[in-house]
Design a protein. Sequence first.
Lengths: 351, 262
Amino acid sequence: MSFLNLEHLEKFFGPTRVVKDFNLSVEKGEFISLLGPSGCGKTTVLRMVAGFESPTTGAITIDGQNMVGLAANRRKIGMVFQAYALFPNLTVAQNVGFGLRIAKVDKATIARRVAEMLAIVGLGEFGNRFPFQLSGGQQQRVALARALAPQPQVLLLDEPLSALDAKIRVSLREEIRAIQKKLGITTIFVTHDQEEALSMSDRVVVMHNGIASQTGAPFEIYSRPTTRFVAEFVGTLNLLTATVIDADTGTVRIGDTNVALNRPLPGKTGTISLALRPEVVTLGPSAGREITLKGRITEVHFLGSVIRIRIDLGGNSVLLDTFNTPDTPPPAVGTDAEISVAERDLMVLED
Amino acid sequence: MSAKRIWAWFFILFGMVYFLLPLFGMFQFSLKMLRGRYSFEAYRVVLRDPQFQTTFGYSVVLALLTIVIGTLIVVPTAYWVRLKLPRARPFVEFVTLLPLVIPPIVIVFGYIRLYNTSSILPLTGSWIGTNILVLFGYTTLALPYMYRAVDTGLRAIDVATLTEAAQSLGASWVTILARVILPNVLVSVLSGAFLTFAIVIGEYVFAALLNLNTFGPYMVWMGGNRAYEPSALAVIAFGITWVCMGLIQLVTHFSKHTKAKR
């Protein structure tokens, strides 16, 4: 049994089912991201773990102990909020020491632990400031230190980076991950930002309409999405409509070209969806990418180091990325072109 | 200057004279106790009067206790309504406004009928019971001001998230109220408290009908029996109200100052 277990969690708000049969096992020290668009139920799952919502049915256990029915203030869970939620009347040090004071820890220990936590988040000098004297990024670090100070069993992060500007967001996410690894604390992170989820996590849970669409390592989620939703939500994706010619040998027809996928497609007939990441498509012939498709260039976006090109394959359109080379100008719109892909990069999506 | 502006100024001056002249007259009269010259003799007499000292002291104690009881009732209520029962807000606001619509005389007659010596809870039968009764009465009178002030204060902070943050750090409801909510609405509580203070100090109906020797009945008794002292008392009462108003201004200004920096 894992450290943190969520089993068959369901949550109704009135007649609406916002979380449906949600299952997740988290190992001790793991960093899990719940990724999904707004309204997918990811925050509700987090709030149920925190004890701010109670599940309609299902079980939550931490370290073998049942959490359902236990009040939020007895769960020993640290939480960081999007809106920082620092106590405005307390100084940074008092904020960080709040949980320890509630736990009636002696003053010397509190002072030592507060100093230690502030040092970890890089705000050692800021103990006497008030929250309103700090920037957003600094406030969020204080919030992190405050959540970690009482040594919680689990750390919950509810979109902690969403209110910050782009640069701070990137630096703070690296910092959060480093601190999490250093302390080895089990962490659940909720975000709608796929880059955050992919770059920080040990495992990502992609959520959609209250269910866990796919759970896996970031690389797996991105490279081998199992559902259409995951494929579309994580990263940019080309969707090709193809007709199955022979399911046993895996021959399909894209436009008017027959393509051999060389793997059986059990139970597939008629039209299917194939997915393709922009970075696995090459303009022109390429070794190792033996499938070629002919088309016409309809859009060219020059993005600096990368050129993003859209090609119409007669019914299907494909986006591809090529690196800019200083001696070759980008291709012109309207010219004929040929793309090559490898058969293994054509993903067959379950609808 | 156009005719319009002249009239505007005329009415402003007229209004000021209408308001200030009686005050000035009262103040001047209060200085005339000694024949033929202005002096603060009336004030000296009033302030020396042991009756003044006891009744005023009594009223101050009642006012402070009212503030404490009011805060203990209003802060948790306003907090709970904001956090858990937002739909009950119009109802609670209506209830807190009732003391402005129902005259104190009605309330106190109701109290006397309900809690007289032949009732199940004979509060009027003992000195301590009567005091409890008058305190609850005063808390009722202070409700509209206290509730509004505290509710406005709560609007300025993110009550829900702060509560959850405190909960996840292990705080109980009492701890959240005492350590997180109250300190953050203290400025609002204070401004409500000064108004309450001014109301309780001048209150007459409750005290008179419950036969308590507070400052209100003392002022009325003075007014019926003396010449110069009532004017001096009125000026003092005015002064107390104005100081309270000034303190509210000061506190509000102080709170704006801290918010501007936020």
